[in-house]
Design a protein around this ligand. Structure first.
Ligand code: GLU
Length: 301
């Protein structure tokens, strides 16, 4: 079997919450159980919301959990020149066009939405004759009318036609900042990532990234989108749930207790017992991982 390279790509915009811990844990378990290596990357494209202090706390939290990485690649905020090169490649292939649509145009009630509320860009600026001279444009990549299919390690078969389910995608914003989809594709591709494990909320990003991988000359990784952790009322746990962020949980629990609770709730172990990440790696099996949402509250911890 070829060498597995996994990654954990947190956004250092606050303390990790349980959902982030869970995704990091599964990414780590999968890699370790296959004798592979793990890359850590700080996704700090949004420099307003992220900081190097949060990045440092994040590293410390991962080590406390026993989830070590083999290499940390440069944070996204330092890789603009690299993204420029791939942007030029898309430009040379005639796949980019400037888009002057304003936020309010894009979000107006008349804008096309799918039944689930997803906005589909209708290609308004694709053949623009008279672009406004007084504004910097965003740049969009033309997407093909074709189905992108994957077999997710947790969610099974999934497919999306980007033309009908998404529309031409922004790759660089009007303020010059590259968007997540492009940066992730380039970073995962250049780091030789073969396995992407992350939260279920990013499943529909996989076909977007597969398209960019193909266009930019990278291999497709294997994907595993792990279930979301929900509060008992069905709300997604987020950085706003302060009682479930690691700052609070580290004061109450040992790492083995936290990992044991997550592993039990996810179906990885049969009893609610403390267990270390290293012990769990020796019994980890993708088949046991539940695919549906996992309900947790502070009382179960
Ligand atoms: N940076 C994203 C997050 O923290 C994860 C992106 C990814 O794993 O592709 O939610």
């Amino acid at each position: 079997m070829s060498h597995v390279v996994g990654r954990f790509a947190p956004t250092p915009s606050g303390r990790m919450h349980l959902g982030n811990v869970f995704a990091a844990l599964i990414a780590w378990l999968s890699v370790r159980s296959q004798g592979g290596s793990l890359v850590l990357r700080m996704e700090d494209l949004d420099t307003q919301r992220t900081s190097s202090d949060f990045a440092q706390i994040l590293r410390d939290d991962l080590l406390w959990l026993g989830l070590h990485w083999d290499e940390e690649t440069a944070p996204q905020s330092q890789r603009t020149a690299v993204y420029d090169r791939y942007f030029e490649k898309l430009m040379d292939e005639g796949l980019l066009y400037p888009c002057y649509c304003t936020r309010s145009q894009l979000h107006s009630v008349n804008a096309p939405h799918l039944s689930d509320g997803t906005y589909v860009y209708p290609g308004t600026c694709r053949n623009l004759k008279n672009p406004p001279a007084d504004r910097r444009p965003a740049w969009r990549v033309i997407v093909p009318d074709r189905e992108w299919q994957l077999t997710d390690l947790v969610q099974g078969d999934y497919s999306l036609n980007l033309a009908t389910g998404c529309g031409d995608m922004v790759v660089r914003r009007a303020d010059g900042v590259y968007v997540y989809q492009l940066a992730v594709t380039v970073d995962d591709g250049e780091a030789g990532v073969t396995e992407v494990v992350r939260g279920m909320d990013l499943l529909s990003s996989a076909p977007r990234q597969m398209y960019l991988q193909e266009t930019l000359g990278f291999h497709h990784p294997v994907y595993g989108h792990v279930p979301m952790l929900l509060a008992p009322d069905g709300r997604r746990l987020s950085k706003r749930d302060k009682d479930l962020d690691l700052g609070v949980l580290r004061q109450r629990l040992k790492p083995e207790e936290l990992i044991g609770t997550l592993a039990f709730a996810a179906g990885l172990i049969d009893a609610h017992i403390p267990i270390s990440a290293a012990e769990l790696a020796s019994v980890f099996d993708w088949q046991k991982l539940r695919g549906d949402a996992i309900y947790l509250d502070s009382a179960s911890l």
